[in-house]
Design a protein around this ligand. Structure first.
Ligand SMILES: Cc1cc2nc3c(=O)[nH]c(=O)nc-3n(C[C@H](O)[C@H](O)[C@H](O)COP(=O)(O)OP(=O)(O)OC[C@H]3O[C@@H](n4cnc5c(N)ncnc54)[C@H](O)[C@@H]3O)c2cc1C
Length: 266
């Protein structure tokens, strides 16, 4: 295996941030928003609270899945991933059993179209995520997509509980540093909170429908001035997409440029 786990941050009981460093090779150039593969042999142990494998594997079979990169495209030392545990899954129970210093297979190519490459520099950007879907946006922000111009950026991040809002400290810091950046977190499982949550409790699609971005920016996001990125839960992606289409936003495709960019993990 060609890489080493150099840092693990436990965000919540089922969410971890992993830093993975290449061992003896150079990370390729990539564009923020792209993803890479991680793989472990089936012989590696599953974390204790996972359910058993749903199929049998040869011990040396590599189990591979793809994950959005959360680190800056400028970082050449390591790649960072924000991953949630699927207790019944094949790879994540093995990932969650890893310790710092353990080896892992990291794909040598990062790919994907979920990037800002086709977004005009003067267009505003709304980044909508549920759960670990915030990872590609963290990479974009760390790679300085705010830039020096007048572009406004908003992150709408939905999670079950406050402790599931990974990277919230970094996003709050950025909001304090820039009046062109807005962070709009929301949680839906309020009854489970240990202390009172005074923030938003709506679904991200309901926040959008209520015009949270327009209120924050003082400018209505339209297809002419804004690109929208959707990442994470397929249900959220679907209902956001339906609403945006009604407002004349169009899905971005290779041959047909549009303003809605989608990375659905379903
Ligand atoms: C472009 C992209 C980027 C992504 N980025 C991220 C990221 O940044 N962070 C993140 O957390 N995730 C990300 N994902 C999701 C990730 O790739 C995996 O799908 C996820 O981690 C689950 O992997 P797993 O091997 O643990 O589960 P899987 O083995 O893939 O299983 C998923 C579910 O399906 C069930 N299942 C699958 N096959 C069977 C079967 N044959 N029989 C019975 N049940 C079955 C499992 O029990 C489980 O409930 C991304 C996905 C894509 C496509």
């Amino acid at each position: 295996m060609n890489a080493i786990v150099t840092q693990i941050i436990q965000v919540s009981p089922i969410m971890k941030i992993f830093r993975v460093a290449p061992d003896g090779w150079e990370l390729p150039d990539f564009i923020s928003g792209q993803f890479a593969s991680l793989a472990l042999p089936a012989s590696s142990e599953r974390v204790a609270d996972a359910t058993p494998d749903y199929e049998e594997y040869e011990a040396d079979k590599l189990i591979k899945r793809v994950y959005s990169v959360a680190s800056s495209s400028k970082s050449k030392e390591f790649v960072e991933f924000y991953i949630s545990l699927v207790r019944s899954g094949a790879l994540t129970p093995r990932l969650f059993n890893l310790q710092i210093g353990d080896r892992i297979e990291l794909g040598k190519k990062m790919v994907g179209m979920f990037t800002l490459e086709q977004v005009p520099e003067d267009n505003n950007v709304v980044l909508v995520a549920t759960g670990t879907g915030v990872a590609p946006y963290v990479s974009m922000l760390r790679s300085n997509i705010l830039g020096g111009g007048s572009r406004k950026i908003a992150v709408i991040h939905g999670a079950a509980n406050s402790w599931d809002l990974g990277y919230s400290s970094e996003l709050m810091l950025l909001e304090n540093l820039s009046d062109r950046f807005t962070y709009l977190p929301t949680i839906i499982d309020v009854d489970n909170e240990h202390v009172r949550w005074n923030g938003d409790t709506r679904f991200v699609q309901d926040m959008w429908a209520d015009g949270v971005v327009e209120k924050a920016w003082g400018v209505k996001p339209t297809p002419e001035n804004t690109h929208i990125f959707l990442c994470g839960n397929p249900k959220m992606v679907e209902s956001m997409f339906e609403m945006l289409e009604k407002d004349k936003f169009v899905e971005h495709k290779r041959k047909q440029p549009g303003q809605i960019h989608i990375e659905s993990w379903g």
